[in-house]
Write a protein that binds this ligand. Structure first.
Ligand code: C2E
Ligand code: MG
Ligand code: MG
Length: 549
């Protein structure tokens, strides 16, 4: 029931009650008036009755008077009882109406205000704060890993965790705050504060973040959640709850983006970032189906012989006005907005069509993001692509990073198992940057380790980098896992790597990622294109790859 409906309902009830009170009141008053008007007659009648004795015969007029008296008393009694009933019903009705009003404002699970009530109370708080020369800070508190609690332990445990989180937030807030639950695992609080002392708000936010970082015990389950908080302030030209919510939400996303478990105040650069992120998302949605995302090819060579072994496929966005855009700008957005699979399939399809008539010794390495390894259909999608494009599975290598192994290892293992059964090889990319754990090397049947370019490019300048590259080479040797080094920018780096026992590499020394046209030119020069089809790019199929991508 909305507030307005509640008000109408109670106004209606009040009218009905007033009508009933009028009728009952009328009956009572009439009875009392009759009693009062005929009071002197009753006195005379009583005297006569007492004078005659109780058994005496009464005159006809007195009998009439006696009947009138009894009727009057009955009416008074009836009126009184009716009044009591109505009073009880009215109290019940008022209680029910008050309860309905409360329910319409309160989030039943946590007892906090709901979004609408928080907004209306918040507006009042802003007005009041303005009058008192204060500002309002609006905090959006988003639980970091709450979804996992629901998924792993069930919704009852999830509800208990939400209540426990609510208690922590409530304890942290001053009595003057207005707090509410916005949605699922998202809370908001408006706090009046002295704009010269915003540190007070930082302390409250810090307290909430650190308290929610502690394990929460709910229904026998220990949940590790954590929280990210975004804060917006009303004295920065932001005077409505809606505007504050919008800014606090942008700040909260920024807090999450910079590692979660922290708080961030809104600033205008965040808004610019959000706008550019939204533009990229729109560009992905529009550009993937029309083939704006294309594979570029970076040569991979044998460090002993300089022979070309294949290419790493690296996505590029050929933007109609902004030119060629590097993947670091759009891959993270594609991952966030669930478009990574569509993007990856489109780029792979095109690469398979373009590369299938290259020399059969040349392999393609494609990058698969962690989000894709959570898709149970990934292996089927890739195998279907290979069949449709006619690209041989044994020329394909999949590159994944260690972070792919955390979220759902059994699923990743099953996907990789299906791919390997088809003859596809598996490489561990960017080794040395993340956890670089030996356990991860054993978690999946890797065929190759790729040393991250940050160590390779500095191998001749930084002894630590050289030591790391050396250690990884030895590790590969003893585990019988060949190594690929990326980031070989000059001949000295190549020589050093070769001396360390690394046999395969890529980097600007051998060639930057290039378009299909440049790649075919390079292949033609080296006699690695079948001469009959050497110059004919499979245009029709590429077009169709764009459409179905
Ligand atoms: P990566 O897989 O580690 O790719 C190697 C990156 O190193 C590429 O950057 C490449 O251009 C760069 N690189 C290679 N040699 C050198 C060198 O000698 N010096 C320097 N400074 N850099 C070199 P790029 O193309 O910008 O790709 C960046 C990352 O984007 C890739 O890192 C990969 O993780 C990701 N990525 C690219 N394409 C795709 C894709 O289709 N799908 C997914 N999921 N990720 C992709
Ligand atoms: Mg890679
Ligand atoms: Mg890499």
């Amino acid at each position: 029931m909305s507030d307005q409906q509640g008000e109408l309902h109670s106004a209606d009830g009040a009218m009905t009650r007033a009508r009933r009170d009028l009728v009952v009141g009328g009956v009572l008053i009439a009875a009392l008036v009759v009693l009062a008007l005929s009071g002197w007659r009753f006195i005379g009648f009583a005297e006569r009755l007492l004078g005659h004795g109780s058994n005496a015969q009464l005159a006809a007029g007195d009998r009439l008077l006696l009947s009138g008296l009894l009727l009057n008393l009955a009416l008074i009694l009836f009126g009184w009882r009716r009044y009591r009933d109505l009073a009880a019903a009215t109290t019940q009705h008022d209680l029910a109406a008050a309860r309905a009003m409360t329910l319409a404002r309160i989030d039943e699970l946590t007892g906090f205000l709901n979004r609408r009530a928080m907004a209306s109370d918040g507006e009042a708080l802003i007005t009041q704060a303005r009058r008192q020369g204060k500002a309002i800070a609006l905090l959006i508190i988003d639980l970091d890993h709450f979804k996992a609690v629901n998924e792993v332990h069930g919704h009852l445990a999830g509800d208990t965790v939400l209540r426990a989180a609510t208690d922590i937030i409530r304890r942290a807030l001053p009595a003057s705050a207005v707090a509410g639950r916005l949605d699922g695992d998202e809370f908001a609080a408006l706090l009046p504060f002295d704009p010269r002392h915003a540190g007070a708000i930082d302390s409250i936010a810090d307290y909430i973040v650190s308290a929610l970082a502690q394990p929460l015990i709910a229904r026998g389950v220990t949940a590790h959640i954590g929280a990210s908080i975004g804060i917006a302030r009303s004295d920065e030209d932001c005077q409505t709850v809606e505007a504050l919510l919008r800014r606090a939400n942008i700040a909260m996303q920024a807090a999450k983006g910079s590692g979660r478990g922290r708080h961030a105040w809104f600033d205008t650069s965040m808004e610019r970032e959000l706008i550019s992120r939204n533009l990229i998302e729109a560009g992905l949605r529009e550009g993937i189906p029309i083939g704006q995302f294309v594979p570029y090819y970076e040569p991979q060579v044998d460090l002993e012989t300089n022979a070309l072994l294949g290419f790493e496929v690296l996505a590029r966005w050929e933007h109609p006005t902004r030119g060629v855009i590097a993947p670091d700008n759009f891959i993270p957005v594609a991952e966030e907005c669930g478009l990574i699979s569509e993007l990856s399939i489109a780029v792979m399809r095109r690469a398979f069509v373009e590369a299938r008539d290259w020399a059969p010794t040349l392999s393609l390495s494609v990058n698969i993001s962690p989000a894709q390894l959570r898709d149970p259909w990934l292996a089927q999608k890739i195998v279907k692509l290979l069949v449709e494009t006619g690209f041989p599975a044994n020329r394909l290598e999949i590159e994944i990073t260690e972070s792919s192994l955390f979220q759902n290892l059994p699923l990743a293992q099953s996907i990789v198992g299906s791919l390997k059964n088809q003859g596809i090889r598996l490489a561990l990319d960017d080794f040395g940057t993340g956890y670089s754990s030996l356990a991860h090397l054993r978690a999946l049947p890797f065929d190759r380790i790729k040393i991250d370019r940050s160590f390779v490019t500095s191998i001749n300048k930084d002894p630590e980098s050289a030591a790391i590259v050396n250690a990884i080479s030895k590790l590969g040797e003893s585990l019988n896992l060949p190594i690929t080094a990326e980031g070989i920018e000059d001949g000295d780096i190549r020589d050093r790597l070769r001396d360390m026992g690394c046999h395969k590499g890529q980097g600007w020394h051998f060639g930057k990622p290039m378009t299909v046209t440049a790649t075919r030119r390079m292949l033609a020069e080296r006699g690695l294109l079948p001469s009959a089809r050497g110059s004919a790019a499979p245009v029709d199929e590429i077009r169709s790859a764009r459409r179905t991508g």
